[in-house]
Design a protein around this ligand. Structure first.
Ligand code: F6P
Length: 331
């Protein structure tokens, strides 16, 4: 079986970018070890603090963020970092060629129940025209990502990864599984292709009264199944961790939605553009799927601020189109 390094080298990925990817992977192996040890490593439970998003931080959020930060700051290829758990950009090395945005531990509410959680990352080339530690380094559209991926800490530890068009002509999403006996990620799914059609959807149904009418109508029609206009029966799954839900979509197709809602006037969407929506969108598109943020392709969104949130609709291409048809009919 090929390992991650061999695959990146055979794709002729820049050696500097390979170093950045390896650094993230090394941090994720440390996180995977602590996740496996669970209560034995004293990593469960909450801290007394809130992050910049006003959410209670879990011990493992803080530990994972620190592990990633420590290793990435020591990597000379990195100019600066943006983390979901940090208020502002973290300056790294002025000569660094890349900037990294990450969600150190996605799906925090699953930590204490031994459910799926993961690390999501997104790598861009640093912009020469902007100071290395400026927030503007991260105002790049998702289509500019040099590499994106996640490490899923589930029954096995998996890496889903893809590189951007600017890096290699190959637009391929692959999966690697951590061989814990050797500490190496081995290629277990090459050139993943998401089925265009699906009968499975993922959405937090408890928010339905806060959605707009079109979104409610789309989901109502899925629930009507073969008795409604879609004329096929749908099943629903919800992991409450985007990594788990997106991994299922990559593996067997489906549609994942976190639409905008009116729960909180100041915050109409939940998922973060830089740390969640963009990296997942590149993985999904490079596997033949689609990712939209209701009115716009996710990868075309021009970021305006670090912790910006967007609606997310991604997965099997034809199903995403169906959903967008409902939303755009009245726009
Ligand atoms: O943004 C973090 C996150 O945990 C995602 O991973 C997940 O999809 C979503 O929030 C879960 O939200 P909810 O609490 O509405 O189920």
């Amino acid at each position: 079986m090929k390992n991650l390094l061999n695959v990146l080298r055979s794709d002729e990925v820049d050696t500097g970018l390979i170093q950045v990817i390896e650094t993230i992977i090394n941090a994720s192996k440390e996180i995977a070890f602590r996740v496996r040890q669970g209560a034995l490593a004293g990593v469960l439970g909450s801290t007394q603090d809130e992050n910049v998003q006003g959410e209670t931080q879990k011990q493992l959020d803080v530990i994972s963020n620190q592990l990633l930060k420590d290793l990435l700051l020591a990597c000379p290829q990195i100019a600066s970092l943006a983390s979901e758990e940090e208020d502002t950009v973290v300056a790294a090395n002025p000569g660094g060629k890349y900037v990294v945005a990450f969600d150190p531990l996605d799906g925090s509410s699953n930590i204490d129940i031994n459910g799926q959680i993961g690390t999501i990352f997104s790598i861009y080339r640093a912009l020469d025209s902007i100071p290395h530690d400026s927030e503007l380094q991260f105002n790049q559209q998702g289509s500019q990502q040099a590499c994106a991926g996640y490490v899923l800490y589930g029954p096995s530890t998996l890496l889903a990864i893809t590189t951007g068009a600017a890096v290699t002509a190959k637009k391929v999403t692959r999966c690697f599984t951590l061989d814990a006996t050797q500490g190496t990620f081995l290629l277990t799914a090459d050139n993943i292709k998401i089925a265009k059609e699906t009968q499975e959807f993922a959405i937090n149904m408890s928010n339905s009264r806060f959605w707009n009418e079109d979104m409610r109508c789309y989901i109502d029609d899925l629930i009507l199944g073969e008795t409604g206009p879609r004329q096929k029966r749908y099943n629903m799954r919800w992991n409450a961790a985007m990594v788990g839900d997106v991994h299922r979509v990559l593996t067997r197709g489906g549609i994942f939605l976190y639409p905008s809602d009116n729960r909180n006037a100041k915050q109409p969407a939940k998922l973060r553009l830089l740390y969640e929506a963009n990296p997942m969108a590149l993985l999904i598109e490079n596997a033949g799927g689609k990712s939209w943020s209701e009115q716009q392709r996710t990868l075309d969104i021009q970021p305006k601020q670090l912790h910006e949130r967007v609606a997310v609709i991604l997965g099997s291409a034809n199903e995403v189109d169906e959903c967008l048809g409902y939303l755009h009919a009245h726009s």
